[in-house]
Design a protein around this ligand. Sequence first.
Ligand SMILES: NC(=O)N[C@@H](CC(=O)O)C(=O)O
Ligand SMILES: [Zn+2]
Ligand SMILES: [Zn+2]
Length: 346
Amino acid sequence: MTQTLTLRRPDDWHLHLRDGPLLHGVLSDSAAHFARAIIMPNLVPPVVTGAQAMAYRERILAARPEGSAFTPLMTLYLTEETDPEDVARAHADGIATAVKLYPAGATTNSASGVRDMDKVRPVLERMAEIGMPLCVHGEVTDPDVDIFDREAVFIDKVLKPLRRQVADLRIVMEHVTTQNAVDYVRDQPKRLAATITTHHLIINRNAMLAGGIRPHYYCLPVAKREKHRVALVEAAVSGDRRFFLGTDSAPHLDSAKLQPCGCAGVYSAPVTLSCLAEVFDVAGALKKLEDFVSLNGPRFYRLPPNDETVTLVKGPPLDRTRVRETGAGPVTVFDPGFPLHWRVRD
Ligand SMILES: NC(=O)N[C@@H](CC(=O)O)C(=O)O
Ligand SMILES: [Zn+2]
Ligand SMILES: [Zn+2]
């Protein structure tokens, strides 16, 4: 007997689409399954101003497959020079949905990020006034802090003080990877939510490091030990409205990943819904999948959920996409390490 599951069409609340030939090569993977996505601004150079976000949005819209209604929700890359009025205007004009905080040097293309949080206080206060969310890459960059501890230290050293100083600011902790983050978010009744990626629900650090180094599992924040992965799954399948999907699908060319110093990012867009259905199915929580992928995100962002639906069908293991060929070169797709039985019906 085939099993099916129909959901409101999902959105992706954290997505990297890049630009140029890579954008053209990857966009259809997200547009095939998702209605909307929060688009990360870490291009080179970054998307800082409202005018830059508008131009980038035009390039994304122009790259959509024929007939696609995929809607990019743009973010502005926060720098110490960001003008609060430009941010407020871009929000009021419907150009920018959120602002993205990268601590300088924390991750891919974050060199123009923030070093001194006091310098961006006026922007954050303006955002709090207008209810515009701040998306945060939550890792400290202090070289003395172990890379596996950087998220937990960020919560104590940066996030807690920030939430005291700008109490009304609405914040999304992006791609949480630890029990510490899950516990902290659960503790906060208001104005804080978290995205969880597909891959962090599936791999722990062993997948990346045991039995050989696997660059395609290297991303930031780096995957942690198993107990943290379990905490993420519990949060995702709980239906708790503070947790929702942000795939952090982050395509890099294989030629950039397979290096002595390879870059961080996992490309999961083509297989995300199949992977998540598998995770929720194994957890006995298929009923909560729609909360996680289609309902909790719009609620936080104060947008209506999508009217259309998607149907997932369970059957024999999929012949899944392993490499996405793009005009810029091949990009390896996330391998969950187990067979995928759920596919999205066309
Ligand atoms: N997650 C990653 O490992 N990489 C992202 C940046 C980010 O989201 O931190 C990228 O842009 O490649
Ligand atoms: Zn990040
Ligand atoms: Zn990201």
